[in-house]
Design a protein around this ligand. Structure first.
Ligand code: AMP
Length: 252
């Protein structure tokens, strides 16, 4: 089995190189963008799709998370420190900062292995800039997969989520409950609910998503790149639906 790329070029930027280089032909590789509100299960689908198509999941949120530990020790990157403040507050990082990070990582976009962008673009300005960056690098998007679920179901999904403070395992009070209510199976400690998973916070996150990111579905629909996928059911069912949708889109 092919090892997973460590995404060093993406996560660390600069001159970092990934543990596996893709030397294959550019033809036949996949270049996707994933869209979806918090709680639709987009992260899980990104993992499944990247395994199936052997493409790197490139998440902008992961860049910020990877930099959190570094930034704590390093005062030399003020733009990143400011970006992390936005992230901690649950707000979107300004376009300018996000785009600077993407431009520094353009080699990941022209990688012959293809890519799966997750969490970027999030605004129309980012989508327009992405078009420019891709054109400068001589590559095109194949499709934009948009995972869709009604708001009430998202609130129920995120609202039932509980995490273990020790091993970080995530449960759901209905669909994946621990053996003993409120207690981690492995560690035996009390589970907690993330502040931003409380119903009021979820609604605020959803409003931010609808305002900034929903217009992207129209943007990509207009370009004939949008594939809408119902994000209802188990991760496996959603994954099968994604594969079928990608196949029919490729044939059309
Ligand atoms: P995610 O893991 O995609 O939910 O991202 C976590 C956080 O990182 C978001 O809440 C934002 O603060 C920030 N972030 C990630 N990607 C972007 C983006 N494309 N534009 C602005 N902020 C972003």
């Amino acid at each position: 089995m092919q090892p997973k790329p460590d995404r060093a070029a993406w996560l660390k930027g600069g001159n970092s190189n990934c543990n596996i280089g893709f030397g294959g032909p550019a033809e036949g590789q996949h270049r996707f963008v994933l869209l979806g509100a918090p709680g639709v299960g987009k992260g899980t689908q990104a993992e499944l799709l990247s395994d199936r198509f052997h493409i790197c999941p490139l998440s902008t949120g992961d860049i910020f998370r990877a930099s959190t530990a570094l930034a704590a020790r390093c005062e030399c990157c003020p733009a990143m420190l400011r970006a992390l403040d936005y992230m901690k507050a649950g707000a979107l990082v300004p376009d300018e900062t996000v785009l600077a990070l993407i431009r520094e990582r353009a080699k990941c976009l022209r990688c012959n292995g293809g890519f799966l962008l997750d969490g970027f673009p999030r605004t129309i300005a980012q989508a327009e800039a992405l078009e420019e960056i891709l054109a400068e690098n001589g590559v095109k998007l194949d499709a934009v997969l948009s995972y869709e679920l009604p708001l009430e179901k998202i609130v129920a999904r995120l609202g039932g989520r509980r995490s273990c403070p020790q091993c970080k395992k995530v449960y759901h009070i209905e669909s994946m409950p621990p053996k003993k209510a409120g207690v981690c199976d492995a560690c035996g400690v009390a589970l907690f609910q993330r502040d931003d998973d409380r119903p009021e916070a979820i609604r605020v996150r959803m409003q931010a998503y609808e305002k900034s990111t929903t217009p992207l579905t129209n943007f990509y629909r207009g370009k004939g790149l949008l594939i809408s996928i119902e994000a209802e059911g188990t991760p496996a069912a959603i994954f099968n639906r994604s594969l079928e949708a990608i196949q029919s889109f490729a044939k059309a």
